[in-house]
Ligand binder design. Structure first.
Ligand code: ADP
Ligand code: MG
Length: 338
C-alpha cells in the first residue's frame, strides 16, 4: 500500500528524518509512536505530499507522491496536526467545499458528506460556524474531512491531542470503526494509546525507526533478558554455590550489602520461569531468601530505552485522565516552541 524508502528530511542543518524505510500493508491500524520532536509530523507531511523530502521516495499504491501527486493523493485522507479549517464556514459548507477539492463526483457529493457527518457524529452541529465549535468538535470536523470520499488510507496526526477523556474514547472508537474497511496510520506520543488502538507499532526517535512490530512482539523483544532478582542473608560466594544446581541459569550478578545480605540478578538462557527452583535451592540450603521477584521488560521500559535522550518525557500510563493532563502540558511546550 505505502512504501517509504530511505526518507531523509533536513531543516537547514537539522536532520529531522534520518533514512526512514518501512512498508504499510493493507487493512491494519499502524501507530507512529515517539516523543515530541521525533519526526512523526514531518514523516506524515512527506507521505501525504505536503512537504518535499530531502532524499528518498514515497510510493502510494505504486504512485510516487511527488511525481504523480494527483494519483497518489486520491488514495489518502489526511488529518494534519493543525487542520486548516475555515472557521468562517459552517461544518456543512466546509465539508461540501472539501468534497469539491477532493474531486468527489457531483452526484456523489451530497451522500458522501452526509455519510461522514453521521460517522463523525456532527449531524447536530452541521449548520454551526466552525469558529464556534469546541476543540473536540473541530477535531471531528478535521477527521470527517480526512475520511471524506473514503480513501483507502487514512493518516491522522495526533488525533486525540487536546481532547477530553470522553472525546478521546469516542475518537478511538471511530478509528477502530474506520479500520474495518481502511488502512489507518495514526501518530501519538502516548504509548498507552498506540498500544490500545494499533495492530502494529513503529517507534520513532530522532528521525529514526528504532523498532517496529506488533505490541505483543515488542513486549517479547526483551524476553531473553527476563531476570529474577533475589535478596538473601548470605555472602555472594554462598549464593553462587546454592544456585549452581539450577542448570537453566546463564548469569548471576551479585551485590553485597553492609548488613550481610546480598542481592543477585539471575538471568536464564531462555524464557523460563525458575522462581520455584530458586526458592527450593535456598530452602534446601537453609539460607533464608528475603526477597524474590521477576524483572520483566515492559513495553514502557522498551519505549523509554529506545527513545532515551529525547527532550520530552513520554506519557506511559494507561489512564485517560492522566493523558489529558499530559496533552495539555504538551500543548504548552508546543506553544513554547513557536
Ligand atoms: P513530531 O511530530 O514527532 O513531534 P516533528 O516532525 O514535528 O516531530 O519535528 C521533527 C524535528 O524537526 C524537530 O526537531 C522539530 O523541531 C524539527 N522541525 C519540524 N518542523 C520544522 C520546520 N518547519 N523548520 C525547522 N525545524 C523543524
Ligand atoms: Mg507532531
Amino acid at each position: 500500500m505505502i512504501e517509504v524508502k530511505n526518507l531523509v528530511k533536513k531543516y537547514g542543518n537539522h536532520l529531522a528524518i534520518d533514512h526512514l524505510t518501512f512498508k504499510i500493508e493493507k487493512g491494519k491500524i499502524y501507530g507512529f509512536l515517539g516523543p515530541n520532536g521525533a519526526g512523526k509530523s514531518t514523516t506524515m507531511n512527506i507521505m501525504t505530499g505536503y512537504l518535499g523530502a530531502t532524499e528518498g521516495e514515497v510510493l502510494i499504491n505504486g504512485h510516487d507522491i511527488l511525481k504523480e501527486p494527483e494519483e497518489a493523493k486520491k488514495h489518502i485522507g489526511y488529518l494534519p496536526e493543525m487542520p486548516p479549517l475555515y472557521t468562517e464556514m459552517t461544518v456543512q459548507e466546509y465539508l461540501d467545499f472539501a468534497a469539491e477539492l477532493k474531486k468527489i463526483p457531483n452526484n456523489k457529493r451530497e451522500s458522501s458528506v452526509e455519510e461522514v457527518l453521521k460517522l463523525a457524529k456532527l449531524m447536530d452541529v452541521r449548520e454551526r460556524l466552525i469558529r464556534n465549535l469546541s476543540k473536540g468538535y473541530r477535531q471531528r470536523v478535521g477527521l470527517a474531512q480526512a475520511v471524506l470520499g473514503f480513501p483507502d488510507i487514512i493518516i491522522l496526526d495526533e488525533p486525540t491531542v487536546g481532547l477530553d477523556p470522553k472525546q478521546i474514547i469516542e475518537i478511538r472508537e471511530l478509528i477502530r470503526n474506520l479500520a474495518k474497511k481502511h488502512t489507518v496510520i495514526l501518530s501519538s506520543h502516548i504509548l498507552a494509546e498506540v498500544r490500545e488502538v494499533c495492530d502494529y507499532i513503529m517507534i520513532i526517535a530522532k528521525g529514526k525507526l528504532v523498532a517496529s512490530d506488533t505490541p505483543e512482539n515488542l513486549e517479547h523483544l526483551m524476553d531473553g533478558s527476563e531476570s529474577v532478582e533475589i535478596e538473601a542473608k548470605a555472602a555472594p560466594s554462598k549464593i553462587r554455590e546454592i544456585l549452581r544446581p539450577v542448570t537453566e541459569i546463564s548469569t548471576v550478578k551479585t551485590e553485597e550489602h553492609a548488613d550481610g545480605t546480598t542481592t543477585a540478578v539471575i538471568e536464564t538462557k531462555q524464557h523460563q520461569d525458575i522462581r520455584e527452583k530458586i526458592f527450593f535451592a535456598f530452602a534446601g540450603a537453609g539460607c533464608p531468601l528475603t526477597m524474590l521477584k521477576t524483572n520483566r521488560a515492559s513495553l514502557e521500559e522498551i519505549f523509554l530505552e529506545l527513545t532515551q535522550g529525547e527532550s520530552a518525557v513520554p506519557e506511559i500510563t494507561g489512564d485517560v485522565e492522566d493523558m489529558l493532563s499530559e496533552d495539555e502540558k504538551e500543548d504548552e511546550t508546543d506553544a513554547g516552541d513557536l
